[in-house]
Design a protein around this ligand. Structure first.
Ligand SMILES: [Zn+2]
Length: 319
């Protein structure tokens, strides 16, 4: 997997951060914007977090930040830290508890951790772990955005898509977000796509699909992610590839067309996503009242609209 690029301009870094935080829900976006306005007021669960999170205004966005923090606090090996990262993303309670225990013991035996604790070390460790766990989803998006911005003219290879479809298990994907219930020999869940609260979502493990008997929503693991997280096909693929540790292979547009992997170039979709993001951001700006930023984004928005128009014209022009 590609590493998070570190030599981007502050504007790109900011765009990446905003993009990451805007996608899964806007909870941390507010924190990020507030902190960016007033960096002096940022508080950290442990002083050591500052050097890892300063660049993203106290918000943990990237996998690499999570891993660096765990390594720094506990002194665990890179391999162990990677296992922790994976277990947090998968939300398997047994595995998570195992790593929590290990992390906890190592922190308590790390003089540099203990030395700088301004509260009871056990309490800090508990809070940190909760923070890691609750933020796991954002780091996945951070990674996705890194991919998306660095591979705008590229597409995901057929091989990667096949590997994702082969690895993703419907029950694992859904249970990451909603509790599954055993009803006789059936697996069910409360359907997240309509209001009601009955267990109308049937999980068909043998077919690797879900189906709601009330709203009729159905599909495979990729469809579920698209529907549930309100993301596009490539985004869902990257999300699942990350979850299942599948190497993501990108092809450039030309080889994609040559192999006719997918009929539609997704550049327009990507640009539209950016536009949507800017709209979300602008709503935030109105609330936060940052006129200069708004001006910068208005320029970006215009530019994106022009790019989209150009692409559409290119597409409709005869070859
Ligand atoms: Zn439903």
């Amino acid at each position: 997997m590609t590493k998070q690029p570190t030599n981007n301009s502050p504007e790109i870094e900011h765009e990446m951060a905003m993009f990451s935080l805007a996608r899964p829900g806007n909870i941390l976006l507010d924190v990020y914007l507030r902190n960016r306005e007033n960096p002096g007021a940022i508080t950290y669960l442990h002083p050591h977090l500052k050097k890892h999170l300063q660049k993203t205004f106290g918000v943990m966005i990237y996998h690499e930040q999570l891993m660096d923090i765990i390594k720094d606090l506990s002194g665990l090996s890179a391999e162990d830290v990677n296992q922790i990262r994976k277990s947090l993303g998968k939300k398997d309670k047994y595995v998570i508890d195992y790593w929590f225990e290990k992390f906890s013991v190592r922190c308590l035996n790390n003089p540099s951790f203990i030395h700088e604790c301004n509260r009871k070390p056990d309490d800090i460790i508990n809070d940190l772990w909760k923070y890691f766990y609750e933020n796991a989803i954002y780091q996945i998006w951070g990674r996705y955005v890194t991919y998306a911005l660095n591979n705008q003219e590229k597409v995901i290879s057929r091989k990667t898509i096949d590997n994702v479809f082969e690895a993703a298990k419907i029950e694992e994907v859904i249970s990451q977000f909603i509790e599954l219930k055993n009803e006789g020999d059936k697996l069910t869940a409360v359907c997240p796509f309509h209001k009601g609260g009955t267990t109308s979502l049937n999980i068909r493990v043998d077919e690797n699909r879900y189906h709601c008997s009330i709203c009729n929503k159905s599909g495979n693991p990729v469809n579920f992610i698209m529907e549930f997280m309100e993301v596009r096909y490539p985004d869902a693929l990257i999300y699942l590839a990350d979850k299942y540790d599948i190497e993501i292979e990108f092809l450039d547009m030309e080889s994609k067309i040559a192999h006719t992997i997918q009929p539609e170039p997704d550049t327009i979709a990507r640009l539209n996503t950016k536009l949507e993001f800017i709209k979300i951001y602008k709503t935030k700006l109105l609330i936060n009242n940052l006129p200069e930023e708004a001006l910068y984004l208005r320029g970006r928005e215009k530019q994106l609209l022009i790019e989209i128009e150009n692409l559409k014209n290119q597409k409709s022009a005869p070859l």
